[in-house]
Design a protein around this ligand. Sequence first.
Ligand SMILES: *Cc1c(COP(=O)(O)O)cnc(C)c1O
Length: 484
Amino acid sequence: MSETVGTTGLVFEEPLLWERGRPGRVGFSQPRRDVDPAPIPEELVGDLPDLPEVGEVDLVRHFTRLSQWNFGVDSGTYPLGSCTMKYNPKVNDRVAAGFSALHPLLPEPLCQGPLRLMYELERLLAEITGMDAVSLQPASGAQGELTGLLLVRAWLRSRGEDRSKILVPDTAHGTNPASAALCGFRPVAVASGDRGVLTAEAVAAIMDEDTAGLMVTNPNTLGLFEEALPEIARIVHARGGQVYCDGANLNALLGVVRMGELGVDVMHVNLHKTFSSPHGGGGPGAGPVCVRSHLEPFLPVPRVERSPDGAFRWSSDRPRSVGRLHAFHGNFAVLVRAYAYIRSLGPRDLKRVSQLAVLNANYVKERLKDVLHLPYDRPCMHECVFTDERQRRHKVTTLDLAKRLMDYGFHPPTVYFPLVVQGALMVEPTETESKDDLDRFIAAVRAIAAEAETRPETVRGAPTRPKRRRLDETRAARQPRLTG
Ligand SMILES: *Cc1c(COP(=O)(O)O)cnc(C)c1O
């Protein structure tokens, strides 16, 4: 066991509780016994589990220290582009916890409240996206994509068609081509134009009668609004295809643009990003799918319905449905948080969320573009993408800049994505960062840019403050050491 004591006196290596434990230490105290002991017979006890013997204080400090090893939205600015790491109001967790005793198999008459919540959340998401019907089942953005493409395929088959390809822009998140392939389509890349967005010409040149449609992210992963989308949708529709929108970046558009009005037929929304669920580390999340009415018959079952007498119930009587995508009713606690978030903000403040998210990203972009190369110098949406072009001449790369930001107390931005931008550094500040915190972030990036010129080895040697420096990620994956 190696222990290093840092200058703050904190132990930077945390031993296992078994290593901390000492025979006879206990984590609780009981009142003095006033009856005779009645030992449990040996044969009933069997082998006792190997539990560490520690005091309560040992246990609390152990877990408190471990909890501080992680960098989270609750500990500081987390500008991880495309992930919308905004601060999530704790009241939404509290509301979700109120439903934690609910059993998913409760009969309908005993869970009218939760059913109503799901019904109303579907209506709210339909209103926000400009679509007609919603399924809350998918557990993530990626699963929402798969669900949406299954709907497109079912719709095509209902018209006696089976198309093999789907168009995916070169700026797309990796889940887009992966979901398309999983659904049996062959993804075909569409190059975005000089301005970083799709052009009608590029789509028209490759959209044919064997192509099921287009998957488009709006705003796209360069943080740019796909302004030709209405025209592109007309081209795709004229050739019998469907338009899928990856709505992971909805945080830029709440109350401002409704995708249904731009010609989108089906889209998913990442509730964990836009609508306030703590995420990262794999979930749980929720990726509801929103569709125009012609795709509604194919939505997953069961659907929540409202009877004429006002009662809510499940209905699986949908012969054209693609079936079930998730056990029970999706990740319900994430749905509750989204509902609480939307209802507590209301239409005016939801719109303000997006306006501030866009304002913050543009502020960061303008304040940093003289020190970091900006490949698309035009107004952005909720995130902005820089590159390491200027730092490369000092042999400092995007990875070095990101690592050095950790020394300044920030979570690094997204790096090397989107793939179309060499050395990309993608910053999404979100609406929840104050101007003070944005200024601190900007000052840190400016300081690092200066270091890259005057003492580049410092940047290349970063990070110095975290417990681990640069990991050999390949070796860690190939030869993991999982024990002591
Ligand atoms: C996050 C993200 C996804 C995938 O969503 P998950 O919920 O992580 O599966 C897809 N597309 C874009 C643009 C994203 O940012």
